[in-house]
Design a protein around this ligand. Structure first.
Ligand code: URA
Length: 234
C-alpha cells in the first residue's frame, strides 16, 4: 500500500517519540502497551495520522520529541562524557553554552587523547544503529604509527586479528604512507584501534576518527560543532 502523505507508519512515529529502539518498540506493541485512540494496537506497521490520532504508551499520551543531531571535531584532552565526578574536562565543555544539551549524549566514545568525529544526539535508536556490532556500521580512523607498517601487518589487521580474547571482525586498511593508515572497523571495543595496532607490535602515535557510516568529518575544524540531520549519517 502506498503511504499517504498525511499518514505515517506507527513504528516510525514511535521511534520519533523516542520511546525506544525499533526492536523495543515491536516488543511494546506486541505486549499491548501501545494504544491508538484508546484501543490496543498489536501491529506496528499500521498507518496513523499524527495530527489527529491519540497514541499512548502505558496510557501516557505521546508527543513527538524533537530529535537533534550534531557533529563535533573532538580535541585531545577531553574525556567522552557529559559530566565527570572528578572534575576532568569533558566533551560537554566543547559544546557552546547556548546549546540546549538536555537529553543529548555522545554516540560511543573516543579516548581522551583521540581527536575527530563525535556525534551527539538525543536519538537512542540512531545510537544503537551505530553502536551495535551486528549492524556493521563502518567507522574510519586515521592512524599515525610509531613504526613502519608491513604488508603482513596489513593482512593481519584485515583478517580477524585477536585482541584480548576477542576475534575482531574483518577490518579494512588503506595505507597512506609507511607510517600512516586509514583503518575501517565495524566494532567499538574499548581502545580497539590501539589494541589492534599493538597486536601487530606497533604503537599509535596519533588517532583521529574521520568517518562514521556516511558522515565524514570533512572540513569541520578542530573543536568545532555543526548541526546535522539524521540522513547525513544513515
Ligand atoms: N579505538 C581506540 O583505541 N581509541 C579510540 O578513541 C577509538 C577507537
Amino acid at each position: 500500500m502506498k503511504e499517504r502523505k498525511d499518514t505515517k507508519r506507527l513504528e516510525k512515529y514511535l521511534v520519533e517519540c523516542g520511546i525506544g529502539t525499533r526492536r523495543e518498540i515491536k516488543k511494546y506493541v506486541h505486549e499491548g502497551k501501545i494504544k491508538l485512540n484508546y484501543k490496543i494496537i498489536l501491529d506496528e506497521s499500521i498507518h496513523i495520522r499524527e495530527e489527529i490520532d491519540i497514541i499512548t504508551f502505558n496510557d501516557i499520551k505521546l508527543t513527538k520529541k524533537k530529535l537533534k543531531y550534531y557533529m563535533l571535531n573532538k580535541i585531545s584532552g577531553y574525556i567522552t562524557a557529559m559530566k565527570d565526578e572528578d572534575g576532568k574536562k569533558t566533551v560537554k565543555d566543547l559544546l557552546p553554552s547556548s546549546l540546549d544539551t538536555k537529553g543529548i549524549f555522545p554516540v560511543g566514545r573516543l579516548d581522551k587523547d583521540t581527536e575527530g568525529l563525535l556525534i551527539f544526539t538525543n536519538d537512542g535508536d540512531l545510537s544503537k544503529l551505530i553502536l551495535s556490532p551486528e549492524n556493521d556500521c563502518e567507522k574510519i580512523y586515521y592512524v599515525e604509527l610509531d613504526r613502519e607498517i608491513k604488508e603482513s601487518d596489513i593482512e593481519r589487521l584485515e583478517n580477524n586479528i585477536k585482541i584480548d580474547n576477542h576475534v575482531c571482525k574483518s577490518a579494512k586498511v588503506h595505507k597512506i604512507s609507511s607510517k600512516s593508515i586509514n583503518l575501517t572497523i565495524t566494532e567499538g571495543k574499548f581502545h580497539q584501534v590501539k589494541k589492534m595496532i599493538k597486536a601487530i607490535d606497533n604503537k599509535v602515535n596519533y588517532l583521529k576518527r574521520i568517518k562514521i557510516n556516511n558522515l565524514a568529518l570533512g572540513d569541520l575544524k578542530l573543536g568545532e560543532i555543526r548541526e546535522i540531520k539524521r540522513q547525513d549519517i544513515l
